[in-house]
Design a protein around this ligand. Structure first.
Ligand code: KG4
Ligand code: ZN
Length: 375
């Protein structure tokens, strides 16, 4: 079964074909993120206009070499997200469903993120083809690449259940219990800011532009412990009983500490970036491992834009090694994190999710739901 996925919840315009919920046939992502560097955040009106402009070229690229007869269903993100952006994808999907006479499957963007972990190659290994990424700028045609299929790398183990799934994105930090591929229970989430939001807001303070998580990661790597001034930030709710998170206190602490320094030199910025990254990743890893132990998970799935962070990936790996050494559960607990290009927004996850959870609906009943619940 081949599903064409469409994703337009924020500042990406993406389309992908996924076979059997696991194999990527094509994967195209256009991002207008560069436009928002000077604003320090996404401007919804501009994002939606760019999506209108790019939806058809991206779709055409994803369908290269295929016709409507190769597609069994259309999956589309209906929420949560920006209303103007969501409408572009939703109305495009409805138009295709009507004119091609195909079923349409509404997808929850946040839940879809975790299905990036289900992508495998023909040999059953989790292999993730590299996406075609289009950075939207002034010239459309010169930036559309010739080919939309390439191979990459990924995880190579089968996901065993029960599993714990952490979704960490710009707007969400959620923990789920997965009884199997289709049955999910929400365990907890952030009470205020999401982890990605904490990265983005503190990055802005440090002088970085829109979606500053990546900038924090790069800058944190330049931190020199020998020049350490001794900044220590809080790890909110790290040791409390619940499986909830809270990151707004961290942002407040960063503002307070930042104001204490008159000279904002590179050494200081490096140390702030390093400590911000440490604080956020410490909390994410501690809470997720706690959930995995509490629910006797056999697999742990991490996904969403923040899962692209190298330090978070390393920290999870280290914790797993320690856990295995101490518990002797070497063969019982596996960690899954998608290739970076499938952590940030894409349509592969949407098509894969639709395959596992999809409930086809009549196109007339599909609407964009900006505040769609993730619980
Ligand atoms: O999943 P995503 O692409 O979009 C949403 O659904 O929100 O996640 C975007 C978030 C942003 O907050 C961005 O700063 C963060 O993911 N992010 C990162 C990294 N790459 C993206 N955060 C930390 N380190 C990264 N390398
Ligand atoms: Zn996302």
């Amino acid at each position: 079964m081949k599903i064409l996925g469409i994703e337009t919840s924020c500042d990406e315009t993406a389309a992908a074909i996924v076979a059997g919920g696991r194999k990527i046939i094509s994967n195209v992502v256009a991002s207008s993120s560069d436009f928002f560097q000077k604003y320090g955040g996404v401007v919804p009106e501009i994002a939606a206009r760019k999506q209108v402009e790019y939806m058809i070229p991206v779709l055409t690229q994803a369908m290269l070499g295929f016709t409507k007869d190769d597609i069994d269903a259309i999956a589309v993100t209906i929420g949560p997200g920006l209303i103007g952006s969501l409408l572009v994808g939703v109305e495009t999907a409805k138009t295709l469903a009507l004119s091609w006479n195909k079923p349409i499957i509404p997808v929850n963007h946040v839940i879809a993120h975790m299905y990036a972990n289900f992508i495998t190659n023909n040999d059953g290994k989790n292999v993730v083809p590299v996406k075609t990424r289009i950075y939207i700028n002034n010239s459309l045609d010169s930036r559309l690449p010739a080919s939309n299929r390439r191979s990459g790398r990924g995880n190579d183990n089968k996901i065993e259940f029960p599993a714990i799934s952490l979704v960490v994105s710009g707007g969400h930090t959620e923990l789920y219990f997965m009884k199997n591929e289709k049955e999910l229970t929400w365990l907890g989430g952030t009470l205020d800011d999401a982890a990605g939001e904490a990265f983005d807001k503190t990055a802005r303070l440090l002088g970085f532009g829109n979606r500053g998580g990546k900038a924090i990661e790069v800058t944190a790597k330049e931190f020199n412990p020998k020049k350490k001034l001794g900044l220590i930030l809080p790890r909110p709710m790290m040791h409390d009983e619940s499986l909830n998170f809270s990151f707004s206190g961290l942002k407040t602490a960063v503002v307070r500490e930042w104001k204490k320094h008159e000279q904002k030199n590179k050494t200081l910025i490096n140390e702030f970036a390093h400590e911000i990254e440490e604080a956020i990743t410490d909390v994410l890893v501690a809470k997720t491992i706690k959930a995995a132990q509490q629910y006797h998970a056999k697999s742990l799935l991490v996904s969403g834009g923040v899962a692209a962070n190298s330090h978070l990936r390393e920290k999870f790996n280290q914790q797993f090694t320690t856990l295995r050494l101490h518990s002797g559960r070497a063969h019982n607990l596996q960690l899954f994190v998608p290739a970076r290009e499938l952590c940030t927004d894409n349509a592969v996850s949407i098509a894969a999710c639709a395959y596992y959870l999809g409930k086809p609906q009549a196109w007339k009943t599909i609407t964009a739901v900006p505040d769609l619940s993730v619980e």
